[in-house]
Structure formats: C-alpha cells, structure tokens
Design a protein around this ligand. Sequence first.
Ligand SMILES: [Zn+2]
Ligand SMILES: [Zn+2]
Length: 333
Amino acid sequence: MISDLLMEKRPGDKGAWTPDPDEKMDIPGSLPFIGVHVVALVGVFFVGFSWAAMGICVAMYVLRMFAITAGYHRYFSHMSYKTSRWFQFVLAWVATSSTQMGPLWWVSHHRYHHMYSDTEEDVHSPIMRTVYWAHCGWILCKKYMQTINRLVRDLGRYPELVWLNKWHVVPGVVLAFTMLGVGKLAEAYAPGLGTNGAQMLIWGFFVSTVFLYHGTFTINSFCHLMGTRRYNTADSSRNSLFLALITLGEGWHNNHHRYPASERQGFFWYEIDITHYILVVLSWFGLVWGLKGPSEEVLAEAKFFDELKSSLNPGDRAAIGINEPPAKAKAQL
Ligand SMILES: [Zn+2]
Ligand SMILES: [Zn+2]
C-alpha cells in the first residue's frame, strides 16, 4: 500500500552533505525559470499597474496554489481523499499550469521526500544541504529532471496524466495566451478597467507564477526551518501560521509529516487550512469525497505534546525533539 509506504519513517544519520559533482545548476535548462523572473520583474515597469490586473494576478495565484496543494499534494501524492477521473484531470491541468513540471514528476519527488525526509537521501533538505538548494537549487539541476517512475505506478495507469507529465509546458502556455486574450477583451469591451493584453499577461501569468514558485518552494525550504514543532518526528518539519497562510494550509508541515494520510493539515480549528475549507465546500457539491482526517491517536498525541510543551523549559523541549529538530536536540544532549 502506497499509504503505508508514505507513513514509513527512516530516521537516518544527520551529518554534513557531501556535494555530488552532478548536483549543479543546469544553465540552459534553467533559462525558462530565470526567464519568467526576468520578464515579470522588467515587464511590470513597461505595462504599468491596474487593479484589474492585480486582481487577476491574485486570483491566478490562489487558483493554482489550490490546485498544487489539493491536487498535486493532498490528492495525487497522498491519496487523502477521492474524486472523479475528470475532476482529477482538472486539478492536474491547473496545477501543471503553474509550470512546476508535470503531475508524475512532482508526486514522485514529493513521495521520495517523505521516504527520506532530512536524511542524506532527501534531495531538498535545508538541514542536510543549503537553504538555496532546498528552495530551488535542486529543481534547476539536470540530475532531478526525470520522474521516479517506480514511485508513481498508480498514476501511470491514467494516459491523460502521463500525457500531461510529458507535455507539462502546454497548460502554462495556454494560460499565458488566455491572459493575453482576457486583457485584449477587457481593453476592447471594458476600457474603464484600464488594462490591456500585455498588462494582463505580465501580471496574470508571469508575476503570479513567480510568487507561486516561491510560495510553493517555502514548504521544502523554510517549513523545515522556521515555526514550531508539535510532534517529535524524525525529520525537522515545522508548523508555521505564516507559511500556512501563503500556501493555503501547507504550513502545518510538522502535522503533515506526522500523519501524511490526512487531507486536513491544520489539525485544530485555530490552524488555518484554506485548502481544507475549499475541499469541504467542493465535497458538498459531490466533486470530492472521502476526505480523511487525522486519527484519534494522532490527535491525542498532539494534545499530549502541547501540554508537555507548556510544562517544559526550552532546553528540555529541545532535548526531546519538540520545537527543535532532532539533530539540534542531539547536539545539546
Ligand atoms: Zn517536508
Ligand atoms: Zn506530503
């Protein structure tokens, strides 16, 4: 069972990262990623600002972040709820338009992260490697451009997902042209909005894509560094309200590493998890169903650790892996 595999923890030895000569930036392969940043940064000075373009920029960020968190992550990677074949394709298409590679690639590397979190094997651990490498260095490296097929055999059964994985550039290009078209239509039929094709293309596609890159990547980099630790997991994952807000709920990463089978990542009402709220609404319309929550045991454990934490001084918390990752705790013992 893939869910059993994802629950498995391999503590591993934390130590210094031995750089692999193959782990370097692939300059030609990185040009599209760099290009999107340059076009966004330079473009805004040429096309100017309008509230309509800004509104679309935010909408495209939220829509695609939801598709990544609810689709790529909670559904495809962890199968934490169920949906129909057509809606899974919609989620995959929208997530792929964020230009973070295709569904099989994304899921295979994410499952690998859960199998080897913060060990030498983990490709994007900011503990074992550098923050830059965990954030975006690894995705600009040729060595990790391939899908790890053995980890996504379940998704390989769907030809439409395999096609999307191969032609992952298509949804992004379609979105860019859609933004251009929307801007041109607005210019022709709603001139009062003060926007045009070029402005909508820059804000709706390029600027929102840049924010989407870095919003998503914070989970791999900063969510293993900043925030608090409720569970003493073998990795260094943390819970952060700030990161949960910008990623629509993914910031409860320590909860998630403790119990990846749960669709809900904010385990209590005060842990804001916007993706979960949207999925609940979608479940009322029958678009998704079978949303899995944390087990009773995991919730009881949370209460135990929360109470324990409030009764301990910082040094003792670190010693048992609460609030400080195990590596640091080890050093302090
Ligand atoms: Zn993680
Ligand atoms: Zn995950």
